[in-house]
Design a protein around this ligand. Structure first.
Ligand SMILES: C[S@@+](CC[C@H](N)C(=O)[O-])C[C@H]1O[C@@H](n2cnc3c(N)ncnc32)[C@H](O)[C@@H]1O
Length: 232
């Protein structure tokens, strides 16, 4: 191999490593293997928060207590947005055994708010009630037992955060019934925007209405739709 060819290889190698370094310094996203090695578990800052996180952890480890609940990352994101927006009136469609409800409770303890959550299955509602009690947040949460398509008609208060996580083909009906109650500046979270595949009518409703602005987040998991009802 001639000296010139060897020199060219060395130059290319140097430029490539410089590019990588410059890329990292400019704040490029670390590769997912690096990102996933960042230890980032939710840390309690009080005993009350610790009590809720302990039940969440317990439920997270025992799938039979959770059924098909949101992931830790989904719950955490919703807690962050709920607390950051100072939401006080949260409505959840699809309680199951209360995993996502507990993430909302973390936020609502801080904002002084309340959660109203709807569940059609009496056994799941009962377990959710137990979990809320064990976590010390049952006073913040009202479980409404029954078919939410009917039951939400009785709900009349303004909503700061609405979370849709029951029958997937029902999202459009819940949205039509409850959007008028969502306050301007309020948020609508919708679970399973990636899998199982979402109802196209819901996607259309939240992406084609100029009153609304929607992002689809955590799409490497089940996917969460975050829709802002714009202020006038
Ligand atoms: C995916 S699970 C909810 C999980 C929960 N949000 C969590 O992350 O912990 C969906 C729940 O919606 C309930 N559900 C389905 N159809 C419903 C309806 N029409 N009214 C009320 N609840 C319903 C199911 O019984 C089930 O417990």
């Amino acid at each position: 191999m001639s000296k010139r060819i060897v020199l060219s290889f060395v130059l290319v190698a140097l430029l490539a490593s410089a590019g990588l370094i410059i890329g990292q310094e400019r704040g490029r996203r670390p590769r997912s293997a690096e990102a996933s090695s960042i230890e980032n578990i939710p840390l309690p800052q009080s005993d009350a928060e610790k009590k809720i996180l302990t039940i969440l952890d317990e439920m997270g480890k025992d799938r039979s207590r959770r059924y098909l609940s949101v992931s830790l990352n989904d719950g955490r994101l919703m807690r962050q947005l709920t607390e950051a927006t100072g939401a006080k009136r949260v409505v959840e469609i699809g309680t199951s055994t209360g995993y996502s409800g507990l993430w909302f409770a973390l936020a609502l303890r801080a904002t002084g708010g309340k959660l109203t959550t709807y569940e059609i299955d009496p056994e799941r509602a009962r377990i959710a009630g137990e979990n809320f009690k064990r976590a010390g947040v049952d006073d913040l949460i009202t479980i409404v037992l029954g078919n939410a398509h009917e039951k939400v008609k009785e709900y009349k208060e303004p909503i700061d955060v609405l979370f849709l996580d029951a029958d997937k083909e029902g999202y459009i009906d819940y949205l039509n019934k409850l959007l008028p109650l969502v306050r301007p500046g309020g948020l609508i979270f919708a679970h399973n925007m990636r899998r199982p595949s979402p109802d196209p009518r819901y996607i259309e409703a939240v992406t084609k209405n100029p009153q609304l602005d929607t992002s689809f987040l955590l799409m490497d998991g089940a996917g969460v739709g975050v829709t802002l009802k714009k202020r006038k």
